[in-house]
Design a protein around this ligand. Structure first.
Ligand code: PLP
Length: 401
């Protein structure tokens, strides 16, 4: 009996590499005890939210026990929260936004899904520099969109010529994610400006023919995670065709509370008479979210100007870099986010991941992110675990050479 569509019947059992490693990790932890396993597979932020979250939650609790305290709210978000986010995003992006230029969403994930629902028609293409976050293909695929990965250069910077060459009449968006999951790369201002110029050029030609525009969609849940003074340039002012999505999953460790946002360049709202924005609000409702979680909205509004203790992530990054260097594993030093994307010694990522498993170290093969020959490590674990993994990395690397 087939209970689901052909698409999902075929996909059944093909759960993501990350999930598989997560399940493998649970099995190992049950067998040997949680302390015996070094789990670098999932990006679930483990650093506690800022201390101010406690008082904010008590205040929210007091307000919540009123009639409609936790009731439905406007589909775009609580008006006071949207106004606060407009102020926050105006400062972050260096461009004056009003509450009407943004919608509160169920994390960055739902913001991306809403954007694709509003803009993608069957067969439309979304260009993404690869390696890339594995879920993107699923998000646009729900609406018949096709992901077009364009490899970055060896050091994970953008190959702008290759991106320009990949743009076709079906290309609807160029999706960038900086700081990047899985590589930790932060794209430079020059790279993003060149991308914005490309989008303007394409749209000038499309506009003359009355065709649908090309967007830059910037996925920024790791915006606050930048090290060594790295600048994370704001893309929203670079072109009126820019759309930014983000969340508080990582910056405030609110991943399970599911709170994010989508903001559009105000000039775009003027250009299309607000159609994109009102459609985004509509699909936020009709895709089933109705509105972003009320507790999460209020928490985000109270805490958005703070972050978790980023020094913890910086120390972990430096320690992981030492562990990999000592094991003779080559990698590009991440300048943002909390991931490493090192080369698999011997070149076979699946083999190296298996060798690491024997050492009770969990990693994800790079093939799942669109670049084989590498592995992804998530540093959302305690420094003690990173330190403990050192000998295992050495032995596994040796076994694969
Ligand atoms: N985009 C990237 C690059 C991510 O790594 C993640 C989560 O790991 C998301 C989007 C979704 O994040 P959320 O929906 O929790 O904001």
């Amino acid at each position: 009996m087939q209970t689901v569509t052909n698409e999902f019947q075929d996909a059944a059992g093909k759960s993501s590499f990350i999930r598989k490693m997560f399940e493998k990790g649970l099995e190992l932890k049950q067998k040997y005890g949680a302390d015996a396993v070094c789990d670098f597979s999932l990006g679930n932020p483990d650093v506690p939210p800022p201390a101010a979250a406690r008082a904010a939650l008590y205040k929210i609790a007091d307000d919540a026990v009123q009639p409609l305290g936790l009731g439905y709210c406007p589909n775009a978000g609580i008006p006071a929260v949207r106004a606060r986010m407009a102020d926050y995003l105006s400062r972050q992006q260096g461009l004056a936004l009003t509450a009407n230029d943004l919608v509160m969403t169920v994390g960055a994930a739902s913001a991306l899904v809403c954007f694709f629902r509003a803009t993608i028609a069957e067969g439309d293409e979304v260009i993404v520099p690869s390696p890339y976050f594995v879920e993107y293909g699923n998000y646009c695929g729900h609406f018949g969109g096709v992901l077009r990965p364009v490899p970055t250069r060896e050091d994970f910077t953008l190959d702008l010529d290759a991106i320009a060459a990949a743009v076709s009449p079906r290309t609807r968006a160029i999706l960038v994610n900086s700081p990047n999951n899985p590589t930790g790369t932060v794209y430079s201002r020059a790279e993003l400006e060149a991308l914005a110029a490309l989008v303007e050029k394409v749209n000038a030609a499309r506009g003359e023919k009355g065709e649908r525009p090309l967007f830059i969609l910037s996925d920024e849940p790791y915006r606050a995670f930048a090290y060594d003074g790295a600048d994370v340039p704001a893309i929203l002012p670079m072109t009126k065709f820019a759309v930014v999505v983000g969340s508080f999953s990582k910056t405030l460790s609110l991943a399970g509370e599911r709170i994010g946002y989508l903001a559009v360049n105000p000039a775009l709202t003027q250009l299309d008479g607000g159609t994109l924005m009102s459609t985004l609000i509509l699909v936020n409702r009709t895709l089933g979210s109705v509105n972003a979680p009320v507790i999460g909205q209020k928490l985000a509004a109270a805490l958005c100007d703070s972050t978790v203790d980023l020094a913890i992530y910086k120390r972990r990054r430096d320690l992981m870099a030492k562990v990999l260097t000592d094991a003779g594993i080559s990698f590009t030093m991440p300048r943002g986010a909390f991931y490493f994307f090192p080369k698999a010694p011997g070149g076979d990522d699946a083999k190296f991941v298996d060798a690491l498993l024997k050492e009770r170290i969990l990693a994800v093969p790079g093939a799942g992110f669109g670049r084989a020959g590498h592995i992804r490590l998530s540093c959302s674990v305690d420094e003690k675990i990173i330190a403990r993994s050192a000998e295992g990395f050495k032995r596994a690397a040796e076994a694969c050479r």
